[in-house]
Design a protein around this ligand. Structure first.
Ligand code: GTR
Length: 325
């Protein structure tokens, strides 16, 4: 759902124009204060300082510019300059993004960072260029786990009969089907109502999103499946990028890279806080037994064959596997 841009925002943009600074408009689905929003604001501070005040970044948080699928389309068309999105809504657009979104691929945060900070990550970021976007950086997103409204998921067979919300990605719809439930792709902003009305029985996300969205209040059973570590990504509109002087492009990249370190600090702190907050609110946290986890991994195994057919992507997958600690 789009909101009308407020007078304050317009005045802000006008005063930036009057001072001669160029304001880059950035979209984020999360509310103000969420680590991704903070990280892009930090990038803006760096950019403003490093460009001698010529550039600023304004973050339109909490879906002010639309849901992720819409903001991706708008960024590709050049209506939005920067976009911080999760990889999943890109799965059907940029095939390379499927790889780091695959279930149970990364063994740990270190494994994920090792892959994405190196040449594999650079290749995935470069792949956005074929789709009207410039990939600037990956941000951590922790691990995603399932949560349910009425009954907890303790064993693999508890997935049977459940309708679970996932991001708008075929990979994730298939993931839920492989587990034995039904996946419903919905934009983030519709999940709360879907949970409240029983349109879905649950959803899946990391600690900070589970907490900040308030979903924990309606779906208080959190099962630590940690099935995906699909990272966040920061992209720029290719149309906007091409209007930047080469030196300014390098500046934008540098400031985006600088924001990654800040994001990592903010993220680990927020993960801890969010987990503590939802536990204090009485959420039941379930750690599935090792046999249950083995069974889940077994169920999703055929997805690798189905979703990774291109030899180049298969090779990328093997490179990531080889980096496991
Ligand atoms: C969050 C992610 C968002 C959005 C959301 C969702 O973890 O940071 O960008 O994709 O999940 O589930 O829609």
């Amino acid at each position: 759902m789009k909101r009308v841009i407020g007078l304050g925002v317009l005045l802000g943009l006008c005063s930036a124009a009057a001072s001669g600074a160029t304001t880059l408009r950035a979209a984020d689905t999360h509310p103000a204060g969420y680590p991704t929003v903070q990280a892009v604001l930090y990038m803006g501070e760096r950019l403003e300082a490093r460009s001698g005040g010529r550039y600023r970044i304004r973050v339109f948080a909490e879906r002010q510019l639309g849901e992720e699928k819409e903001t991706i389309a708008q960024t590709r068309s050049g209506a939005i300059d920067l976009n911080r999105v999760n990889l999943a809504p890109f799965n059907d657009v940029v095939p390379e993004t499927v790889i780091p979104s695959l279930p149970f691929l990364f063994r740990s945060t270190e494994h994920m960072r090792r892959a994405l900070d190196g040449p594999v990550g650079a290749e995935i970021l470069a792949a956005f260029e074929r789709h009207g976007l410039v990939g600037l950086a990956f941000y951590d997103s922790g691990a995603r786990s399932f949560y349910t409204r009425d009954r907890p998921v303790r064993a693999a067979d508890d997935f049977r009969g459940l309708k679970l919300r996932v991001q708008q990605s075929q990979l994730f719809v298939d993931l839920v089907a492989a587990l034995g439930a039904r996946g419903v792709g919905l934009p983030y902003g519709q999940v709360m109502t879907a949970l409240e009305t029983g349109l879905v029985d649950g959803a899946e996300n990391n600690w900070p999103s589970y907490e900040s969205s308030g979903h924990f209040r309606v779906a208080p059973h959190y099962t630590l499946t940690e099935h995906s570590m699909a990272p966040e990504v920061l992209v720029m509109s290719m149309a906007r990028w091409q209007r930047l002087a080469p030196a300014d492009r390098a500046l934008v990249r540098r400031c985006a890279t600088e924001s990654v370190r800040r994001m990592r600090e903010l993220w680990s702190e927020r993960e801890r806080q969010s987990e503590a907050r939802v536990r204090a609110a009485g959420v039941v946290v379930i750690r599935p037994a090792p046999e249950a986890m083995r069974e889940l991994a077994e169920r999703v195994r055929p997805m690798y064959e189905r979703h990774v057919r291109d030899p180049r992507l298969k090779a990328m997958l093997e490179r990531i596997r080889a980096m496991a600690p």
